[in-house]
Design a protein around this ligand. Structure first.
Ligand code: ADE
Length: 225
């Protein structure tokens, strides 16, 4: 899978994809993450990428031309399945959306800034708009990191233990059960007996029950009525 990220702050996006699972996925050639600086496509001599809003109003607006030129260049090189704009007024990003995006070959993530981007980008260039939650970030970069990370780890082969992505919280609308490792007792705090019993069926039942309890307590909205 290839993810192209369009931003005016490329430095912000260098580090998160150079560690751990995502780094391994890139190293194995399963995942390509390419960062593009929108400013490289600015046509004026000051490399300007934002301008005042027509009709007034506070804040600068990202200009359509550099974004269009960058997207057009990428589209000339390959076909894109989705061109996604990260924005707080987009559709809520969920595990279900991550699962879907992980089945695609090429996607673009477009990071906004300032008071937003020229509406014509949203109307004519973007295929989908995603929000990572009901709060406003100072730009779309952190949201793009969240989407790229959660999608990238689902690409087959990126996580070595395939079952581990399937047992994540949210995959079956339940939060994941608690996990423990050695020592079995620490400062008198014990690992639940059942996990040491070796009785796999009972352990699985216990884990499921714990998942249900945790979901009831922390995220009752995930459970059916
Ligand atoms: N840009 C600013 N805030 C955002 C959010 N909550 N989700 C996605 N993109 C954003």
């Amino acid at each position: 899978m290839r993810i192209d990220i369009l931003t005016i702050l490329p430095e912000l996006l260098e580090s998160p994809f150079n560690h751990s699972i995502i780094k391994r996925g890139r190293g194995k050639g399963l995942l390509e993450i390419c960062i593009h600086n929108i400013r490289d496509y600015a046509q004026n001599k000051h490399k300007q990428v934002d301008d005042y809003a027509f009709g007034g109003g506070a804040g600068m607006v990202m200009m359509i031309e550099p974004i269009d030129l960058c997207i057009s260049k990428l589209k000339a090189e390959r076909q894109y399945d989705e061109i996604i704009y990260l924005t707080p007024d987009g559709e809520r990003f969920t595990q279900r959306t991550a699962n879907y995006l992980a089945t695609l070959s090429n996607i673009i993530l477009l990071c906004g800034h300032y008071k937003g981007i020229d509406q014509r980008v949203r109307d004519h260039l973007v295929t989908r708009e995603l929000s990572i939650g009901d709060y406003v970030l100072s730009g779309g970069e952190i949201a793009a990191m969240v989407v790229a990370d959660s999608v990238g780890r689902l690409v087959p082969g990126v996580i070595s233990d395939e079952t581990s992505a399937l047992t994540d919280s949210f995959q079956d609308n339940l939060l994941a059960p608690p996990v423990y490792t050695r020592p079995a007792e620490y400062k008198g705090w014990k690992v639940p007996e059942i996990l040491l019993s070796g009785h796999q069926q009972k352990i699985d039942e216990w884990k499921h029950q714990q998942s249900v309890e945790r979901t009831k307590k922390c995220r009752p909205d995930l459970l059916p009525d």
